[in-house]
Design a protein around this ligand. Structure first.
Ligand SMILES: [Zn+2]
Length: 404
């Protein structure tokens, strides 16, 4: 399913000090039910989620640094659904445990951290797919530094081995399940399995290395996904998704997207602001010419990235279609946020329709996932050939190679 950044952003409603979400969904005599309590561990942070039958008003700090945090629900009659334990052991080095205490005066949700840690509390309003949730994000102490080091390490290895680096981005993750298919098959799990398969295949190819943006079940915001790839110094970016049709059980085949700039004119300035290293583009240029030149260089970079993205999309689709189990729906363009880097060609692969029972069966089949990974990897290699980009092989003379 297509990344929907806007829907997510609107869903976040943080009020300083406490949450007072006015709501029409008034609980009945049985009160509010805590229907879910779960955690997602990412490299740099842990997200704890409390899911409720109705909107609740929590009294809690909106952020801070502490060994623990308490979310109070004063005056709320809260009961736990049978599936929700009184204590959730997390023990991932960030959050030790989470406890639910309910009394006649209200409920308390208590989080105990492994260390003195930074945290943010926010609420996610109910939408058509998800109930109301309270969320606590806890930063792993030293996690940012460790992640910087990991990504810099990938970039250094790429430079040293003189290989092409492919960033593979499994769509969705954590609270964001993506689309859902029959038999509880979730897009976020399928994209991770296919993403891992692509990386495995690419890492066996001489001159190519690959790395995942997400290697676990956690959420990464859309812009962060290509920022991770930029920090790795990736040469290509491939986001893996599964499609879903509004028509029940219908839709079939594979489509590959690259970025469309149409209807996204208002995004141009924001994109430009996103260019963290704009100054690097103009090193040594006289200051009065700087702004114009940044713009020109940015446009040149973007149009080159777009052209290469189209070639990459066409090449990948050719190879997926060669498998013959899925029809080719063609190369398409859309204004996906995740494709907006100008640093490398970027494509989004809608592998198959997860709402279609036959294709959902394929998507959750490990043999199919491996085969899809293989086809995409061969597509990447063919793209490098078609684009005239040399791949260093162990026998090649390093002086002759065009790898930078
Ligand atoms: Zn998706």
């Amino acid at each position: 399913m297509h990344p929907r950044a806007i829907a997510f952003a609107v869903g976040l409603a943080v009020l300083a000090g406490s949450f007072s979400a006015a709501s029409a969904d008034t609980p009945g005599a049985q009160g509010v039910v805590l229907t879910g309590m779960r955690s997602w561990s990412a490299p740099a942070d842990t997200r704890v989620v409390f899911e409720f039958s109705h909107t609740v008003t929590a009294v809690a700090p909106d952020s801070g640094r502490s060994r623990q945090v308490v979310l109070s629900l004063p005056g709320e009659l809260v009961s736990r659904a049978p599936s929700v334990p009184g204590i959730l052991g997390v023990r991932d080095g960030v959050v030790d445990s989470v406890e639910v205490a309910t009394t006649v005066e209200g409920a308390q949700l208590r989080l105990f951290f492994h260390d003195n840690s930074r945290f943010h509390v926010l609420s996610l309003a109910a939408d058509e797919n998800q109930p109301f949730r309270l969320v606590v994000d806890v930063t792993r102490p030293g996690g940012d530094v460790a992640e910087d080091r990991r990504l810099a390490g990938i970039a250094a290895t790429k430079r040293k081995e003189r290989v092409r680096l492919v960033a593979v981005d499994p769509g969705h993750g954590g609270e964001d399940n993506g689309a859902r298919g029959p038999g509880r098959v979730l897009e976020k799990n399928v994209t991770l399995a296919v993403g891992r398969a692509v990386v495995d295949e690419l890492n066996q190819m001489p001159g190519i290395r690959a790395a995942l943006t997400r290697d676990g079940d956690y959420f990464i915001p859309l812009r962060e996904r290509y920022h991770i790839a930029e920090r790795m110094k990736a040469d290509l970016f491939i986001s893996i998704h599964a499609n879903s049709s509004r028509r029940r059980g219908r839709g079939s085949g594979t489509e590959v997207y690259f970025l469309s700039l149409r209807g996204a004119a208002d995004q141009a300035d924001a994109d430009f602001a996103d260019l963290e290293n704009a100054a690097d583009l103009v090193g040594g240029v006289p200051s009065q010419a700087e702004d114009d030149l940044v713009n020109i260089l940015y446009d040149v970079k973007r149009s080159s990235a777009l052209q290469q993205s189209q070639l990459l999309a066409e090449t990948l689709l050719d190879h997926v279609a060669a498998d013959r189990r899925l029809e080719s729906r063609g190369v398409k363009q859309a204004g996906f946020v995740v494709l907006k880097s100008v640093e490398f060609p970027s494509v989004l692969v809608e592998t198959a329709f997860i709402n279609n029972p036959a294709e959902a069966r394929l998507l959750k089949n490990p043999e199919f996932q491996k085969q899809m990974g293989k086809q995409l990897a061969i597509g990447v290699r063919t793209y490098f050939q078609r684009a005239g980009i040399g791949l260093m092989t162990p026998e090649a003379d390093p002086q002759e190679g065009s790898v930078h």
